[in-house]
Design a protein around this ligand. Structure first.
Ligand code: DX5
Ligand code: ZN
Length: 254
């Protein structure tokens, strides 16, 4: 562990099993994005969303090249790994992602997502992630159509639809993302694929129902969780809204 490792107090209160039990029965999960948390008090931020019953923590890695912002890297993921039993969902917004997969896997990532736009060797990157024991995910930017993932959809654990242009938290949801979620759900049904559909950017109570009805199963949310007085309550409320939307969806089908 390097000297620059961030210090985050461990929270032994929640075991992996307990986290599974409090997980959303509806099958839709909120994945809080720590990009919107106060980095000086990450341990507290994590504790607050653990109390909200989440099972995933979304970790945004930015390199200042693929996206116009720099965020966190391998040492922070290693510290998070020691501080929580939550699954670490690492979203790589970096060039040459293949070069860093090993390091993030070793640091303790459970899921690693790579942008289609960031590498000409997406298939190789996804295979590397699986070989390192992590769940591979492919990501598309708002300007990238779903068809660009066609050849890898049978190999991914999850597909992440960006509903903002990546690089910053706090941006407005781009509504065209909803149609892409629907398209991914239809393709999955048609081909019997097993990926989960994740959406990231501008997600909050006002659009949870829309994306869940379209087929989103993992809702990444930063600002709407951590820029509130009570992140645990924010997560619970979004989870409740997701469950409600799912019930409506099932009723409509029946
Ligand atoms: C944006 C990141 C997101 C971001 C979402 O590039 O990938 O995960 O944290 O933040 P909000 O929820 O504030 O849009
Ligand atoms: Zn993200």
């Amino acid at each position: 562990m390097g000297e620059n490792t961030a210090k985050i107090s461990p929270n032994p209160a929640l075991s992996r099993d307990r986290i599974r039990q409090v997980n959303v029965p509806s099958g839709v999960e909120v994945a809080p994005s720590i990009l919107a948390a106060d980095f000086a008090c990450l341990g507290d931020a994590i504790g607050s969303v653990e109390r909200g019953g989440v099972s995933l923590l979304h970790v945004d890695v930015m390199d200042g090249h693929f996206v116009p912002n720099i965020s966190i890297g391998v040492p922070v993921v290693a510290s998070l790994r020691k501080a929580t039993k939550l699954q670490l969902d690492v979203h790589l917004m970096i060039e040459n992602p293949e070069q860093y997969i090993e390091a993030f896997a070793t640091a303790g990532a459970d899921m690693i997502s790579v942008h289609q736009e960031a590498t000409p060797h997406l298939d190789r990157a996804l295979t590397m992630i699986r070989e390192r024991g992590c769940k591979p995910g492919a990501v598309i930017n708002p300007a990238t159509p779903v068809v660009m993932l066609r050849e890898v959809l049978g190999k991914v654990d999850h597909v992440l639809v960006m509903s903002v242009n990546p690089g910053f938290g706090g941006q407005a949801f781009i509504p065209e993302a909803t149609e892409k979620i629907r398209e991914l759900r239809e393709i999955r049904d048609r081909h019997h694929y097993s990926y989960r559909i994740q959406v990231d950017g501008g997600i909050g109570p006002e659009n949870v129902a829309e994306v869940v009805r379209a087929g989103a199963q993992i809702l990444v949310a930063g600002t709407s969780v951590f820029h509130t007085a009570d992140p645990a309550a924010a997560v619970r409320e979004m989870t409740r809204l997701a469950g409600e939307a799912l019930v409506q969806k099932v009723r409509k089908v029946v």
